[in-house]
Design a protein around this ligand. Sequence first.
Ligand code: PLP
Length: 419
Amino acid sequence: MTFSYSTFAKKFQTNSAVVQLMDDLGDLTLEAGYLTLGGGNPSEIPEMQAVFQTEMAHLLENQTEFDMMLSRYTGAAGIQSFRETVAGYLQRTCGWDVTAKNIAITNGSQTAFFYLFNAFAGDFENGPRKKILFPMAPEYVGYTEAGLHNDIFVSYKPEIRQLNNGFYKYFVDFEALEVDSSIGAICVSRPTNPTGNVIEDEEVAQLSELAKEHNIPLIVDNAYGAPFPGIIFEDVEPTWEPHMIMCLSLSKLGLPGTRTGILVASEAVINLIEGMNAVISLAPANFGAVLANRMIATDAVSHLSQNVVRPHYEAKVQTAIQLLRAELDSKQLLIHKPEGAIFLWLWFPELPITAQELYERLKARKVVVLPGHHFFPGLAEEWQHKHECIRMSYAGPAEIVAAGIRIIGEEIRKAFTEG
Ligand SMILES: Cc1ncc(COP(=O)(O)O)c(C=O)c1O
């Protein structure tokens, strides 16, 4: 039987690039013999797994928390005591002027982006259709289909600065950026997935000023950032002001299975999120909040981020870079300066094949990466650079990353010599 589907449903059918990509990632697994450098899974860090197990054992022994975890709907903005815990933690560690009324929990931060993009872009009663502005692309592929209307994103090419030793870094091209009444919000991931870029404090300050001037929010996607999970190798000042919406997540600490996103925003935005949670899922899941509550209340999460999570990824990225450099010189490969997150963004200037062809050749050799052109939501103009880059995760087991890099090296050398 063939049903007919609404335009709303069509957004979610398998013809979208992201759904296809996710399907692909679901099939091309480690178990199926693939070297998986493609997806966004965090590492299973033994010290972190041990902490989660201790916390889980504590919950099993503590009836009140156990009941809260499994047997209750909470308010639609999340468990009140967890919202208080998070607000207290952000006051103490970041100096932010927030209370529980500035905190809402969502089922993963991905859900929050869907809410926020459709709250600030799309059709408005008075005035033109609005868009979300990504100040620079590449940006997170998960944003691409998160608008209910097509065409609600606009983004700009970055300024590229070459650095020493075969590295480069993207900067926001403020000269090119246009913010007018058609922009409903500005959004940036920091650190950026896919590039590992951490836009500088001054760039954040400039974006924040632009947002304030136009009376629109600045959404900062902090899935990898400070204060937790702390996968950020630069010293940054995490700031929050009432016109900013800070999106945090427990996923990259090592808890993606709990689907816990944490939004920090003005009370008005939090009330809206509460309403959206209520309509869409009654209440967010309790599991992550109950499991992480003690870690956040005691500030242990800061200690773990700084002393376990960050050093783990710092060591892994350095190893991955050494292996890549042993395969390819800086004429064949430029690497975006890795400042955070769990990916390397590899640029093969003047590659004679497209990143999509490279992806297919690598897939045929059981190596999974993501081709660059998927990471430019809202960039209208064609840009060759999109087809010369790939994203690879370095979060997986060392031997998988090393074997994958060897094959990437072989395929790139072959592409440069034979096409
Ligand atoms: C930049 C970025 N933002 C948001 C998310 C969504 O994470 P979650 O929904 O698990 O909190 C991800 C996941 O990979 C991400 O990379």
